[in-house]
Design a protein around this ligand. Structure first.
Ligand code: GRG
Length: 320
């Protein structure tokens, strides 16, 4: 396998993701720890094993890229962190759920995730299914119960975010993408099918993250639309890079089994277009994302897109 460091494709701020966003990642991790504190919900000990599995699958690991995007979108649009933090945690919970269920033998069947045994390996299949189920429902409750609306964000914005969250967690989002992803395993596919799978399976949660950040800042419709497009570009770029890393990287670096897409005959960008053309698509999507961030109509005075531009570069150039 080729483990050479690829040349950065997008020439942008070079500060590393981990160093620039360490405080925000810590803030999200602490909020997730509180949100998954069993004592707040359940005083009996019967379901301790379920809580352990939910915590194992969500805490301790993960780049937190989707929640960081939501936070940064909210800040760039003039919003307050308190308005978006519960939604950012809900995003991570649903993302964790999708990984837990994706790893199950009846889905993509992976024994390893985030550098440790996947949840069904550590806790058994039925617990993994139930832990994922509980995380989705808990995520909705978190947004509804914990969001503190500040600044221009209104209850109407909050309701609309909850509506979007239903779309992304159901047939207009991850479930749809996963279904079609499995449907096309080992089957001939077209670029349209490929874009469909990636848009729903991965893009939908990125789209939601950027859109929720703008909405919970109380942004105008023009800005919400722009951040929605930004999420679509970044989600697609993220998944194409994921496809490339599956070929180029190692199990050790990724913390999940590398080289599986080819074995499972998955519909991926490099499988259809080849590695070089796939990299060019990531570059194009990154340039499109940067162009969206250059637009200022509807943005607050002092609008600063530096952090979001750094995130574009991280998504294009990431190695894990
Ligand atoms: C949401 C109700 C509901 C069901 C989920 C199983 C399923 C349906 C969808 C699977 C979607 C999936 C696994 C998409 C892959 C997305 C992807 C590239 C994941 C890796 O994300 P990273 O690299 O992971 O951000 P970390 O570990 O860093 O958080």
């Amino acid at each position: 396998m080729n483990t050479q460091t690829p040349q950065p494709m997008t020439h942008l701020p070079t500060q590393s993701y981990e160093s620039l966003f360490s405080a925000s990642i810590e803030q999200i991790n602490q909020a997730l720890e509180r949100a998954l504190d069993k004592r707040a919900y359940d005083t009996s000990s019967q379901a301790n094993g379920l809580w352990e599995a939910m915590r194992y699958g969500t805490l301790d690991g993960g780049k937190r890229i989707r929640s960081i995007l939501a936070l940064e979108a909210c800040k760039a649009c003039g919003g307050d962190i308190e308005s978006i933090l519960p939604t950012a945690c809900a995003i991570e919970m649903v993302h964790a759920q999708s990984l837990i269920h994706d790893d199950l033998p009846c889905m993509d069947n992976d024994d390893m995730r985030r550098g440790k045994p996947s949840v069904h390996k550590a806790f058994g299949e039925s617990t993994a299914v139930l832990a994922g189920d509980a995380l989705i429902a808990l995520a909705f409750g978190l947004i509804a119960k914990e969001t503190q609306l500040r600044g221009k964000a209104t209850p109407q914005h909050l309701l609309s975010v909850i509506g979007d969250f239903s779309d992304v967690t159901s047939v207009q989002g991850l479930v749809n993408g996963q279904f079609v992803d499995i449907l096309y395993e080992g089957q001939p596919f077209t670029p349209d099918i490929l874009e469909y799978i990636h848009t729903f399976k991965t893009g939908a949660l990125f789209r939601f993250s950027l859109r929720a950040g703008a909405k919970l800042a109380g942004a105008d419709a023009i800005v919400v639309d722009r951040f929605t497009q930004l999420g679509e570009k970044l989600g697609l770029a993220f998944q194409i890079v994921d496809d490339l890393l599956d070929i180029d990287s190692t199990t050790e670096t990724l913390g999940k089994t590398a080289g599986k897409d080819q074995l499972q005959e998955k519909a991926t960008y490099p499988a259809f277009f080849g590695v070089e053309a796939s990299r060019q698509q990531v570059e194009q999507l990154s340039q499109d994302a940067l162009a969206l961030l250059e637009e200022t109509a509807g943005m607050p005075p002092g609008y600063d897109s530096t952090n979001l531009k750094t995130l574009v570069a991280f998504i294009a150039n990431r190695l894990h």
